[in-house]
Design a protein around this ligand. Structure first.
Ligand code: FAD
Length: 483
């Protein structure tokens, strides 16, 4: 079937990705989205026009040569395609699964109309092709060459945080022969990739493989080690590290600040997802994770984290044999929800319910302090606020109570100040994020660089990696200048 025409040529239809059916997947944590088969990947790659001046490359925050990797793929030269991606990204299989491509490379594809807020349906499915190539390269064990750069012998860099920013920076530096040690506060590496994103969106074998790959470049990883507490930043310099990269993320949740929010079984989405992901709640009954899987679970918020929390919650109810009742409460309408459309659709297919135009005002509990009820006000939309979205205005006298024995608050994340509070001379903005030079990612302290969510707040995996790459380039230059 042709898909419209361009310059008189018939365009082929995009190749749809297959998904695990909702009835099958919603009681398991198995991956929802299947990858392309070889045939499907080749068919999709053949839609790429190989533009003379490709704009898609600029849509990728780490600058993957999209045109070239697709050209190799279309010629079935999967190795060359994989190596092309790896020139710029250490994590093709991760990014091919979690990147919001509709706002990034696909939005820049020539098939998307200029100025569109997100990608057209016709845009090449670059992320699915990246996932296909990444999985192929990982399965085949294709090695990427490391540079053996004598300039850097005996130069040591410390990286704080093992999220995508920290790991990407570590990989970039280690590939050049620099001795890198990553310090991670938790007992596991990966940051949000591991403790936030659920395995049905990012299987853990994929994550483990791409993180382990860094060890080939001799990146050393020390877990259970909080810089700013176990050791101060100054001490790292005294111990001989020549430069430091801070990839601390944004780990502190925001709350509603309403009555009853400290009752048992009211969780932040961060705590809920961390417990589920790091304490294997998805392997019940083999694992008994300290989390209350209630009969009525309410998620407050309308972003991607709320969708992850809701989809996890409804799965846990099914795994625990509880009749599913998971509802997302959001104070605006579906139209204003910041979550990706795909995530909202997936949540609905899996049985998650939505209550729009509702504002929680108080939680109440039983005599033992456990959550029982949520009180809300109904809202209507008023004038647009600073974000451009219409402001929710609560309606007087519209209070209603709803049963709720677990609540998950998903209202966004802010900077964790443990390190920044104990580091003199580190300049922060009003949100307590670290201020950097946007070109070099250098902070107000010489030799200290930062990137990812700790700079400018919650972003995306690939944006964090983009900043980390800029920092790695500047760190390498700094080390050269120093020697
Ligand atoms: P993080 O991933 O937060 O990693 C920071 C790491 O630093 C953590 O491991 C932390 O323990 C460690 N750390 C912090 N302070 C210290 C210290 N003092 N000492 C030692 N270690 C420390 N983005 C997407 O692109 N696609 C998605 O699908 C997506 N889904 C998301 C789902 C959820 C639930 C959340 C919360 C976010 C999601 N994001 C997604 C956003 C994305 O995950 C973040 O933008 C990205 O992880 C930021 O990377 P980072 O390395 O800056 O921080």
């Amino acid at each position: 079937m042709p898909f419209g025409s361009r310059n008189g040529e018939e365009m082929k239809e995009p190749v749809k990705i297959k998904e695990r059916p909702a009835v099958e997947r919603s009681a398991t944590f198995d991956e929802v989205v299947f990858g392309y088969s070889e045939e499907e990947a080749l068919q999709e790659a053949s839609r790429c026009l190989q533009c003379k001046k490709p704009s898609c490359n600029d849509g990728c925050p780490v600058g993957i040569d999209v045109k070239r990797f697709i050209a190799h793929l279309a010629k079935k030269d999967y190795q060359a395609s994989y190596l092309t991606i790896k020139e710029k990204s250490s994590f093709p299989s991760i990014c091919g699964r979690v990147c919001p491509a509709e706002y990034q490379c696909r939005k820049a594809c020539v098939f998307t109309k200029k100025g569109s807020p997100f990608a057209s349906e016709r845009a090449i499915n670059i992320h699915f092709l990246e996932r296909f190539v990444g999985d192929f390269g990982n399965q085949e064990g294709i090695e990427t060459p490391a540079e053996n750069n004598k300039e850097f012998i005996e130069k040591r860099v410390a990286v704080v945080g093992s999220g995508p920013a920290g790991l990407c920076c570590a990989g970039e530096l280690a590939r050049q022969g620099i001795d890198v040690t990553v310090f991670e506060g938790l007992h596991k590496t990966g940051g949000v990739l591991r403790y936030g994103i659920p395995p049905f969106r990012l299987p853990r074998n994929i994550l483990d493989f791409e993180i382990d790959y860094l060890k080939k470049y001799n990146v050393k990883i020390v877990t259970n080690y909080i810089i700013g507490k176990t050791k101060l930043l100054d001490e790292l310099f005294r111990e001989g590290f020549s430069a430091i990269f801070l990839g601390l993320g944004a780990g502190i949740p925001s709350f509603l600040n309403i009555d009853g929010e400290n009752l048992c079984n009211v969780y932040s989405a961060n705590e809920f997802l961390t417990r589920v992901n790091l304490m294997a709640a998805f392997r019940f009954p083999e694992y008994h994770t300290p989390i209350n899987v209630g009969k009525h679970i309410i998620i407050v918020g309308g972003g991607n984290t709320a969708m992850d929390a809701a989809r996890v919650a409804i799965r846990l109810q099914r795994i625990h044999g509880i009749e599913p009742s998971t509802t997302v409460f959001y104070r605006r309408t579906e139209l204003e929800m910041p979550a990706r459309r795909l995530e909202i659709e997936h949540a609905k297919e899996e049985g998650v319910k939505f209550e729009f135009l509702v504002q929680p005002v108080a939680f109440s509990g039983d005599k033992d302090g456990s959550l029982q009820t949520l009180r809300c006000l109904r809202c209507e939309l008023g004038e647009p606020d600073a974000s451009g979205r219409r402001r929710p205005v609560s309606i007087k006298g519209s209070e209603f109570d709803t049963p709720c024995d677990s609540a998950i608050i998903a209202l966004g994340l802010q900077a964790n100040t443990m390190l920044t509070n104990t580091t003199k001379d580190l300049k922060l903005d009003k949100n307590k994020d670290i201020i950097v030079d946007p070109e070099t990612m250098q902070t107000s302290i010489k030799g200290v660089y930062a990137g990812g969510d700790i700079v400018g707040g919650e972003g995306t995996v690939i944006e964090a990696m983009g900043m980390a790459k800029r920092a790695a380039r500047a760190i390498a230059q700094y080390l050269k200048d120093k020697s």
